[in-house]
Design a protein around this ligand. Structure first.
Ligand SMILES: [Zn+2]
Length: 131
């Protein structure tokens, strides 16, 4: 992460502000978020009980920022590119690891769709037939 922690915090707060306003119509003064004057307790209170993965992700990103684990890939422990973090501060994988995980490990796995369908068939069958 090349951006300073303070700059990154403000960026995450700005995402938080936009999301709270757009989805929950919570309209705190933008200044509070824009200057980072909002306390951890207020952030916690704002995201609490909403069961919103985006809010939880942003909150977790703020906590990681404090614990200095922010911007480190959870898979390979390398730094995640600043451009990727800017686009999505909740990101926890570097670009390489994300590619790796989204790529089928072998040729057989190209039939992953087939496997999934077979699995679903089995699942529904189990639902239909009482044990
Ligand atoms: Zn990685």
């Amino acid at each position: 992460m090349t951006r300073s922690r303070r700059a990154m915090r403000l960026r995450i707060l700005s995402y938080l502000f936009k999301h709270l306003k757009a989805i929950y119509h919570i309209d705190w003064p933008r200044k509070v978020f824009g200057t980072g004057e909002i306390s951890e307790h207020d952030v916690e209170a704002l995201v609490a009980f909403k069961s919103d993965p985006q809010l939880d992700g942003l909150h977790a990103a703020l906590i990681r920022l404090e614990s200095k684990s922010f911007g480190i890939c959870i898979r390979c422990a390398q730094e995640i590119g600043q451009d990727l973090l800017d686009a999505d501060p909740t990101r926890r994988l570097c670009g390489e690891c994300e590619k790796d995980l989204n790529r089928p490990p072998s040729a057989e796995m190209n039939s992953a769709h087939g496997l999934t369908m077979a699995h679903q068939d089995r699942h529904f069958k189990n639902l239909r037939e009482p044990a």
